[in-house]
Design a protein around this ligand. Structure first.
Ligand code: T5A
Ligand code: NA
Length: 219
């Protein structure tokens, strides 16, 4: 069992990307690498399908339940809010959190539906005030390549046109200099698992070090 080291606080790192971009694969690897180097680390994912709200989201994604675009958007946000205090608590206890999807997915997937009554601005508002990540890694992958990976096509948003709009909106956060993009780094997710892991390590290990040593301020 590893020994807790005294750290200023833990870091909060988010991994984002299209469906099948390799987020879960890479989140696990990053946790293992950090753990092997003696960091206290915990992994979380959104949607968290285990909570009552998460079960409603799961039903929607599997097309077992119909929900208005605004309603499902607010459920995704509520699903993050139910974990917000836990995230803050863990970070202040020195745990680095590696998070599989977060409010960036919340914004862009809802906006990608092209519902004229659901803009990116509207989609952003319910998440305002959630713990802000120290770094967001966007695993960038062509929608066609994502589709070629296993199991694609079973859930609600797993359609080429939707995924293409999602990718444009993610990259648009950077292009338009949106506030969310200040923490964002793009990593080419079309490389081998090893190469992607290496690229993520380069973009996160320094951030974790500086947060833990106290040279980065509270989020
Ligand atoms: N959503 C989510 C919203 O609309 N609003 C929100 O607020 C949130 C939080 C479910 C859906 O919910 C939407 C977005 C989603 O459509 P999810 O449960 O995270 O979200 O579902 P997925 O993103 O689809 O999760 P996946 O597990 O399918 O994708 P991952 O985690 O990106 O990919 P991973 O690691 O499981 O890998 C997928 C496959 O690719 C292979 C793996 O072995 C696996 O077979 N793979 C690679 N192949 C080649 N090269 C590589 N480098 C590879 N890396 C992995
Ligand atoms: Na999916």
């Amino acid at each position: 069992q590893q020994q807790a080291r005294p750290v200023s606080r833990g870091a909060f790192i988010v991994v984002e990307g299209l469906d099948r971009a390799g987020k879960t694969t890479q989140v696990k690897r990053l946790c293992d690498s950090l753990y092997a180097q003696g960091h206290n680390v915990k992994m979380i994912r959104f949607p968290d399908r285990t909570t009552p709200v998460g079960k409603m989201i799961d039903g929607y994604l599997q097309s077992k339940a119909q929900l208005d675009d605004h309603s499902i958007h607010l459920l995704f946000s509520a699903n993050r809010w139910e974990k917000a205090a836990w995230i803050k608590g863990q970070i202040s206890q020195g745990y680095t959190i590696i998070c599989d999807r977060y409010y960036y997915s919340g914004m862009v997937y809802s906006a990608a539906k092209q519902n004229p009554a659901l803009s990116l601005g509207w989609a952003r508002s319910p998440d305002v005030g959630l713990p802000r990540p120290d770094r967001m890694i966007f695993l960038d992958l062509d929608a066609k390549e994502a589709e070629a990976r296993g199991g694609y096509g079973e859930e609600k948003y797993e359609k080429r046109s939707m995924q293409e709009r999602v990718r444009e909106l993610f990259l648009g956060l950077l292009l338009k200099g949106e506030e969310e993009s200040t923490d964002m780094v793009v990593v080419d997710a079309g490389q081998s698992v090893e190469h992607v892991a290496h690229a993520i390590w380069k973009e996160t290990s320094g951030v974790v070090q500086s947060v833990e040593s106290g040279s980065r301020k509270q989020i």
